[in-house]
Design a protein around this ligand. Structure first.
Ligand code: MG
Length: 266
């Protein structure tokens, strides 16, 4: 009987360890982040659900997208402050439904986007909070609503945050301390980002080229390094050879090819 109990305990422990390992290791292990989804090669609309799904299909580490707040406080996914000519911040969500993306989709809400992301467990959702035309109070409201929705849907493990607004980033660090958060603008030193609680940096690749020791300093501080938006072989190879953690790109297929080529050479 005693032996049986011991065997049962060992089995239970083994299952627990395997499950924990699965949780830790589940995300795709590569450097590729599809910028506004993987849209270009298949001529899909940027920031569409179809482009997000294509990033899953390509097995990207992450799929990046941008969010804005409508006049009636619905969070929608779109790059520009206007959606097919309609000003998002001055329109209701229903008004935005009057126009459709080229593939027939309506403007995705963040809720739909997150729910689509939650159906898979391999590609992260890289959520960019866009500074709002209506000012910093609107930025704060958008940030608060984004964090609320991510919590409500239990999507915290899927989402990483980025923004050009330092204030938005600091708001996230304060209110969601376990979240991964990187700053986009390129004008803050590695040491300050570390001191302010960032987990990573996401600068245009040219910032790393101009500041030759930045990559070394970010690595030393333990910040993850992402470079945007690398679309040419030269820019992509620069980031690969400097062994950055992530490459944000409109050309995810090309980045996969170049990463594989570099791995063969080494
Ligand atoms: Mg973006």
């Amino acid at each position: 009987m005693k032996q049986l109990i011991i065997a049962f305990l060992i089995m239970t422990m083994a299952v627990t360890i395997v499950n924990a390992q699965k949780t830790i290791d589940r995300w795709n292990k590569n450097q590729v982040i599809a910028h506004r989804g993987a849209w270009k090669k298949n001529n899909l609309p940027e920031n569409s659900i179809a482009a997000l799904k294509q990033a899953f299909k390509l097995k990207c580490y992450g799929s990046e997208f941008d969010v804005h707040l409508t006049l009636d406080s619905v969070i929608v996914v779109n790059h520009d402050p206007t959606f097919l000519g309609i000003n998002i911040s001055k329109s209701t969500y229903n008004q935005l439904l009057e126009k459709k993306l080229s593939n027939g989709e309506t403007i995705p809400t963040l809720e739909n986007y997150l729910k689509t992301g939650l159906k898979q467990k391999k590609t992260k959702l890289i959520l960019e909070i866009k500074p709002q035309e209506l000012g910093i109070q609107r930025d704060a409201l958008l940030t608060e609503k984004v964090l609320q929705l991510v919590r409500k849907l239990k999507a915290q493990a899927w989402v990483e945050y980025i923004s050009f607004s330092y204030e938005v980033c600091k708001d996230i660090i304060k209110n969601e301390p376990n979240a991964k958060i990187a700053y986009l603008k390129g004008d803050v030193s590695p040491e300050k980002l570390k001191a302010d609680g960032f987990t990573g940096v996401d600068y245009n690749f040219s910032v790393y080229q101009k500041n030759e020791n930045y990559i070394k300093r970010f690595k030393k501080l333990g910040l993850s390094i992402n470079g945007w938006t690398a679309n040419t072989p030269e820019a992509i190879k620069f980031l690969i050879s400097n062994q950055v953690d992530y490459i944000t790109t409109n050309e995810p297929e090309l980045v996969f090819d170049l990463v594989n080529q570099a791995a063969v050479k080494n």
